[in-house]
Ligand binder design. Structure first.
Ligand SMILES: Nc1ncnc2c1ncn2[C@@H]1O[C@H](COP(=O)(O)OP(=O)(O)OP(=O)(O)O)[C@@H](O)[C@H]1O
Ligand SMILES: [Mg+2]
Length: 459
């Protein structure tokens, strides 16, 4: 067993939507028994020693009475997550001579180990599979993520339920069946815009927003249907094309929210609560995870009750809205996630919500409205092209809402426009509306185009 031999297993570290190659080097050195891990590992990676020890012992193997040295290389690349367990375990088993080190050279390995040797899912497998495909290797991953890994395209995927069955597969004793890629969901998400009665101006604004990928703000009293209409937007957007669906799935993969490896063609709709922290919105935290603005990538980010969001949280959205990406600073790296979203915000005109309604408005109007609206910073409002005042629907509207006429519009207009001239806006400059004009909005609906045109619907 080659005394000072170094066993090498390939794995990855996730930096945003990129999987970078990492080499796990394991060496058994004569000396007092110890298990040391070096190479800029975070806490979860450090803990992997215990899980590896448990899993190896679980197979009835004793750890060698030597110093076990594990190095994760390159050392300056930050390493986060629990998916290093399996490559460390395989490296150790290779150094012990239990697994054939040569057989491992053809694979990228990811997976979290339980103390009993079971392989548990960990975020990012789709990215690891794409990395394996790029470098011309196969992927070893937990069985639960085989269908996700199979999207990697044409690579050999070994998806094992536990360490023992993986070893049996590698020895050729009992082969594991190759996993099939998960399905593709065609469904459109969210409620149907056709169920919204009345609100013709707001619905028209939604269509314009859908066609031109404009950000949109609904302002109106409680119960006017703002939240409902916002949730209708993904349903009138064209479905994701295959490349977009893959990109959205990659974000979900690193976030650990890609259930059963099913890709979806419905546009994301994220509606974070107004108590959301900056890290929750833009990403980051103890372990880098994409935030809401990235989970909404290529879809809709809905901020309900906009003024109730923390000021710092809202301002942190300005950069992603501007650039379509969000970067999270780490100890010694910048992690970038895509964040090309269409922002829909909703707010009441004042705290009580009934400004302008003589019967319901509180005694503090109109000062409280000014205070309330001032909680949203100008620069953020500047990034919202369409500001729409939404009045409460009258009983008559609800009863005789002009549904039939509306049906003709929905489903044709936005997709058609998107594919044409407006599509270029969507791809290129996301918020290209001229900033100077967008604040001078007046009337129930005003919008800014490039070149500037201000539309005003009849009140
Ligand atoms: N125009 C409408 N057509 C059909 N249903 C409506 C309409 N307006 C409101 N509703 C219904 O009324 C309820 C309240 O609507 P919603 O929550 O969207 O209002 P809102 O404007 O967001 O109010 P708030 O300011 O309190 O958040 C929902 O159940 C919604 O389905
Ligand atoms: Mg609401």
């Amino acid at each position: 067993m080659g005394g000072m031999m170094v066993a090498i297993v390939s794995t990855v570290a996730y930096l945003g939507l990129e999987a970078r190659g990492v080499e796990v080097q394991v060496q058994l050195i004569p000396g007092l028994p110890a298990f040391n891990m070096v190479g800029l590992a975070d806490k979860a990676v450090g803990e992997s020693r215990e899980r590896v020890r448990g899993a190896v012992a679980g197979m009835g193997l004793a750890l060698p009475p030597k110093r076990i040295a594990v190095n994760l290389s390159p050392a300056d690349l930050p390493k986060e997550g629990s998916h290093f367990d399996l490559p460390v375990a395989l490296g150790l088993l290779a150094a012990m001579g239990v697994v054939d080190a040569e057989a491992l050279a053809d694979y990228v390995v990811v997976g979290e180990l339980g103390l009993d040797g079971r392989l548990a899912p960990s975020p990012g497998v789709l990215l690891a599979a794409l990395h394996a495909a790029e470098t011309g290797r196969g992927l070893i991953c937990p069985a639960a993520q085989g269908s996700e890994a199979a999207w990697g395209g044409g690579i050999e995927v070994v998806a094992a339920p536990d360490l023992l069955s993986l070893l049996n597969h590698l020895k050729g004793e009992q082969l594991l069946a190759p996993p099939q890629p998960g399905g593709v969901e065609e469904g459109r998400s969210g409620p149907d815009l056709r169920q919204v009665k009345g609100q013709e101006v707001a619905k028209r604004a939604l269509e314009i927003a859908a066609a031109g990928a404009h950000n949109l703000l609904f302002c109106g009293p409680p119960g006017a249907g703002k939240s409902l209409m916002a949730a209708c937007l993904p349903g009138i957007l064209p479905p994701l094309d295959p490349a977009e669906a893959l990109e959205v799935s990659m974000v979900q993969s690193v976030a650990g929210t890609l259930p059963g490896g099913t890709l979806t063609r419905a546009r994301p709709f994220r509606s974070p609560h107004h108590s959301a922290s900056m890290a929750a919105l833009t990403g980051g935290g103890l372990r880098v995870k994409p935030g809401e603005v990235s989970l909404a990538h290529l879809g809709v980010l809905f901020l309900d009750e906009l003024p109730e969001f923390g000021r710092a949280a809202l301002d942190s959205l300005r950069q992603p809205l501007e650039t379509g990406t969000v970067s999270v600073a780490r100890a010694n790296a910048h992690v970038t996630f895509p964040a090309r979203v269409q922002l829909v915000a909703a707010m009441n005109p004042c705290r009580c919500g009934h400004l302008g309604d003589a019967g319901l408005a509180c005694a503090r109007a109109p000062r409280c409205a000014a205070d309330y609206q001032a909680k949203v910073s100008g620069p953020l409002l500047d990034r919202i092209d369409l500001h729409v005042d939404v009045a409460a629907v009258s009983a008559a509207d609800v009863k005789h809402g002009s549904m039939s006429e509306y049906r003709k519009l929905v489903g044709t207009t936005p997709s058609r426009l998107r594919r044409g001239r407006a599509a270029k806006r969507f791809v290129g400059h996301y918020n290209s509306g001229s900033r100077e004009l967008s604040r001078k909005h007046a009337g129930p609906i005003s919008m800014v185009f490039d070149p500037p045109i201000i539309l005003r619907a009849a009140a």
